[in-house]
Design a binder for this molecule. Structure first.
Ligand SMILES: [Zn+2]
Length: 289
């Protein structure tokens, strides 16, 4: 390039609420006992895997040498819709909505687009249906599409019509399988579904190919940056308290033996006592309302 060097990827937002969840769960697990502790530890493993998967994706994007703005973990609320988007990648042509899956085990996609996770433990195979990340992505895109349409004023509506602007020509949703060990069996999946699921090491190739095929108008640097910043402005703190469920369970278990705490009444009023009484004599005052 004569007029300046080609812009490298820019990470506009790298933090994720998963990291906060992880810290909160690790604190809880210290106090937890028994089954709740096991559940929390499983959840910690899942979150850690999710974070590792996302870091895989950031690594690929950072080293792509494609001018792009990278946004991680964007939460958008619009009317009654909510979207927790793992990655939004703004390039000169297309904007990519990325759902990252880092699962333990293998994945099977059926002819209806259903996802099944297969894990093996002690030689026993376990199959469980999982919420389709493609559907998840479609919901995210639907929210953005609706918001985009509602935000248009009469002038931009006319302009869109004149230039033939179509939201779907500028946005592409893709599911990225981040764990290199995961085997994806998609032999029964339709081509349409197959095209929407890729592996992390195919992401850059995918972005390049999609942009090459796209008829979208090329943005300049300033437009790209403004567009990416618009998503930052849309981003809110996700109000879902993912840790609450576990916190409540920990509070309802005896910190000494892991038994269930039950409400009892004594001569000084109500209190919580361990269900393993008389073996366990733990008690806790009932909080005043
Ligand atoms: Zn107890």
């Amino acid at each position: 390039m004569i007029f300046g060097k080609e812009k490298e990827p820019v990470i506009l937002k790298e933090n994720s609420t998963a990291e906060e969840q992880l810290i909160a769960l690790m604190e809880l697990s210290v106090m937890a006992k028994g089954k709740v502790k096991e559940d929390i530890e499983q959840e910690i493993r899942n979150i850690k895997a999710g974070i590792a998967g996302e870091e895989n994706i950031i690594f690929e994007l950072k080293n792509s040498h494609i001018p792009m703005y990278i946004l991680r973990d964007i939460y958008i609320e619009y009317e009654d819709y909510k979207a927790q988007i793992d990655f939004i990648v703004v390039t000169k042509k297309l904007t990519f909505i990325i759902e990252c899956k880092n699962l333990y085990g293998n994945i099977e996609i059926d002819n209806k687009g259903g996802f099944t996770r297969i894990t093996e433990f002690d030689g026993k195979k376990k199959r469980e249906g999982i919420y389709s990340p493609i559907t998840q992505n479609e919901r995210h895109i639907a929210l953005l599409r609706k918001r985009n349409r509602d935000m248009m004023n009469p002038v931009s509506r006319v302009l869109a019509k004149l230039t033939g602007y179509n939201f779907d020509d500028y946005h592409k949703a893709v599911v990225v399988i981040a764990n290199p060990k995961t085997v994806v069996n998609d032999k029964f999946a339709t081509k349409d579904v197959k095209d929407k699921v890729i592996r992390a090491d195919q992401l850059i190739e995918y972005i390049n190919a999609a942009n090459a095929k796209s008829k979208a108008v090329v943005s300049n640097d300033r437009e790209m940056e403004d567009f990416a910043k618009m998503f930052i402005d849309m981003n809110k703190t996700n109000p879902t308290d993912y840790v609450k469920k576990y916190r409540d369970q920990v509070e309802a278990t005896c910190p000494e033996c892991g038994g269930e705490l039950v409400l009892r009444s004594g001569k000084f009023g109500e209190f919580y006592g361990c269900s393993n009484y008389p073996q366990c004599k733990y008690t806790r005052n009932k909080p005043k309302e």
